[in-house]
Design a protein around this ligand. Structure first.
Ligand code: ZN
Length: 224
């Protein structure tokens, strides 16, 4: 039996760690992909490497892709502050077209690897209002991927898995805990300190802390 390969986007956060654990649980040989996109918090990349290693990825690559060339987000532009409280509409932590860019590179690598599957840990329930975390986006990207690649044209269908898309944060945490994810290794904060400790105040920290509370599980996050 040949092992099926999958490319898994791993950011260092809680959601993508869970997506990787789910891909492994389905028997995929996982090629983890992270992006050094100029994010404020460099410790996110160290978290991604820890997560990929501890959850059994066969390979982990960090792709340099400096989105600071464009900026336009609180995560990639020092002139835009990370808000400490949720506001109205799509927040300034939205990185323009980020998931389209990341999935496009995952698609390129998948085609080279002969992988028919890509996993991304987007979530449409407890998300921050990002348009590229919606199921319509994932379905549209998958359709595009099958039109855009030699693999797709030659009948090797490519599937984009977003296994967390309908889960609450609590369900994600319970699922990952069952699969052995150590969430103490992950980093969700938009504003961590130099040692990777979370602020406890940003949108992402709030969602994460509420998720552990709702799941009835202890929050292993190191806070400042
Ligand atoms: Zn935070």
């Amino acid at each position: 039996m040949t092992v099926q390969r999958a490319v898994v986007l791993v950011s260092g956060g809680l959601d993508s760690a869970t997506a990787l654990a789910l891909a492994r649980a389905q028997g995929f040989a996982c090629h983890a992909l992270s992006f050094d996109y100029g994010q404020r918090h460099r410790c996110e990349l160290a978290a991604a490497a820890r997560v990929a290693h501890s959850l059994g990825a066969v390979e982990h690559r960090t792709f340099p892709l400096d989105l600071r060339q464009f900026g336009g987000s609180a995560l990639t532009d020092d002139a835009i502050a990370v808000p400490e409280a949720p506001g109205e509409g799509i927040p300034v932590t939205y990185v323009p077209a980020r998931n389209t860019v990341f999935l496009s590179l995952a698609l390129a690598w998948a085609e080279v690897l002969g992988a028919g599957d890509i996993f991304i840990g987007v979530n449409a329930v407890d998300y921050s209002g990002y348009p590229d975390c919606r199921p319509e986006f994932i379905a549209a990207f998958e359709q595009m991927a099958n039109l855009a690649t030699r693999a797709g044209v030659e009948g090797k269908r490519l599937t984009v898995h977003a296994p967390l898309i309908d889960m609450s944060k609590a369900e994600i945490i319970r699922t990952g805990t069952t699969l052995g994810v150590d969430y103490g290794q992950t980093l969700s904060c938009y504003n961590p300190d130099g040692t990777g400790r979370a602020c406890g105040l940003c949108d992402s920290c709030r969602l994460r802390a509420a998720g552990f509370a709702a799941a009835g599980l202890p929050d292993p996050t190191p806070y400042q």
